[in-house]
Design a protein around this ligand. Structure first.
Ligand code: SF4
Ligand code: SF4
Length: 163
């Protein structure tokens, strides 16, 4: 990471984070590095470092965090969260950052495309009549080929904000 310019920091960012699910305990982090040592992504790509992301967030580097590509590398495996001695919900915190980035329009194109498929089809792998014929052949019931609930869960407003 490059030199931190605290003049550009947003001191309100950590207050914003601690009020949301996943961010409640980030201020309890005492930089033991257990999360980073447990992280399978960090083992293959040092650019992704959960401790560093937490420190950046606490320093108020909102833009650098939310506009980064590295927050999207978290695989949500929960290895860090299970081991944090301070009870920081690190995996949930990464999800919080991803959701905030999505709302501000910084999600990678692939993530937005997946969101749109789920929103329109109800599934990441859409079903059609051909799939249902194959299901019926082995005595499985047909499934609906669209899911209206997903359209309600992923609102138009969110879809427009993040495109
Ligand atoms: S394991 Fe927990 S306390 Fe240790 S550095 Fe990571 S978040 Fe902080
Ligand atoms: S949940 Fe994310 S940050 Fe935590 S160990 Fe897994 S990949 Fe790393």
């Amino acid at each position: 990471m490059n030199r931190i310019d605290l003049d550009q920091a947003d001191p309100q960012f950590k207050k914003e984070l601690v009020q949301q699910p996943g961010g409640e305990k980030i201020m309890a982090c005492f930089t033991c590095r257990t999360c980073t040592a447990s992280c399978p992504i960090n083992a293959v790509n040092a650019k992704f470092n959960p401790l560093q992301i937490i420190r950046m967030a606490l320093y108020g580097l909102k833009k650098e965090v939310l506009e980064s590509d590295f927050i999207w590398l978290c695989s949500s495996c929960y290895a860090c969260q299970e081991r944090c001695p301070q009870g920081v919900s690190i995996t949930d915190f990464m999800t919080l950052l991803k959701n905030m980035a999505l709302k501000e329009g910084h999600a990678p194109q692939g993530v937005r495309a997946q969101r749109d498929i789920i929103r329109n089809e109800g599934r990441i792998y859409p079903l059609d009549d051909f799939d249902n014929k194959k299901r019926n052949k082995i005595d499985l019931p047909s499934l609906p080929t669209s899911c209206e609930v997903a359209k309600v869960l992923i609102s138009d407003e969110e879809a427009e904000e993040s495109v």
